[in-house]
Design a binder for this molecule. Structure first.
Ligand code: MD3
Ligand code: FE
Length: 207
């Protein structure tokens, strides 16, 4: 494992999870996806479908709907509560977040084919003092991050399976996105592709 600080507020642990831990997490995700299947969210204004498929684990899930972005406790297709987060993800948060409360949302993004994610900010959470932690599994991806305005310089780096990122402080509201995924670059996920797990605290903890 190598720890890097590619920018203010950004920590990148290369290969934070070894191959066995990655395989175990993919199996855990697959089991939970049987309860909370991937679905394709829609953009709020246009109603256009995402190229990424999503689901969530934990008490709150992030949703993009024609009415806007929101956090909700139930799956938009099944109506059931989101499954609990795998213990390994809670342990990862505890190891890297440097934040004294549990995460409430694990957003699961599945990238297959030409899926990508345009430059955006994560700002639908009340607890902006908490960091965001993200884990990459499967195919390599070209990740881009800039500052807190849409204009201005960006930097990009390749994310590989097992890499973990923490965004806090000045990076918490940075614009970021996934330019592309390199199909066939990993054999981790049956059927190919990339899974990103993003852990977030949503509500401000009671004092
Ligand atoms: C920087 N996901 O779900 S993970 C997202 O790979 C999202 O699926 C991308 O952006 C993915 O919102 C990027 C890296 C990431 C996640 C959250 C961030 C970078 C971030 C929040 C603030 C700043
Ligand atoms: Fe994001």
């Amino acid at each position: 494992m190598v720890r890097l600080e590619p920018g203010p507020g950004i920590v990148l642990w290369r290969e934070r999870l070894d191959r066995a831990a990655q395989t175990a997490l993919v199996a855990a995700v697959r089991a939970l996806v049987a309860e909370a299947p991937f679905y394709r969210p829609q953009m709020p204004k246009s109603g256009a479908p995402f190229s990424v498929e999503e689901t969530n684990f934990g008490p709150l899930g992030w949703l993009s709907e024609p009415g806007g972005y929101r956090y909700g406790a139930t799956h938009p297709v099944t109506g059931k509560p989101w499954p609990a987060m795998p213990p390994a993800l809670l342990a990862l948060w505890q190891a890297v977040a440097d934040y004294p409360h549990e995460p409430e949302c694990c957003l699961v993004n599945l990238y297959r084919g030409e899926a990508r994610m345009g430059l955006h900010q994560d700002r639908d959470e009340e607890a902006l003092e908490a960091p965001v932690v993200s884990l990459s599994l499967g195919d390599n991806a070209r990740f881009r991050i800039g500052g807190t305005t849409r204009k201005g310089p960006t930097q990009s780096f390749l994310l590989q399976s097992g890499d973990v990122l923490r965004f806090g402080g000045p990076a918490r509201l940075a614009f970021h996105g996934i330019d592309k995924v390199v199909a066939g670059s990993s054999t981790l996920i049956p059927g190919g592709g990339r899974i990103n797990l993003t852990l977030r605290r949503v509500t401000r903890p009671a004092a």
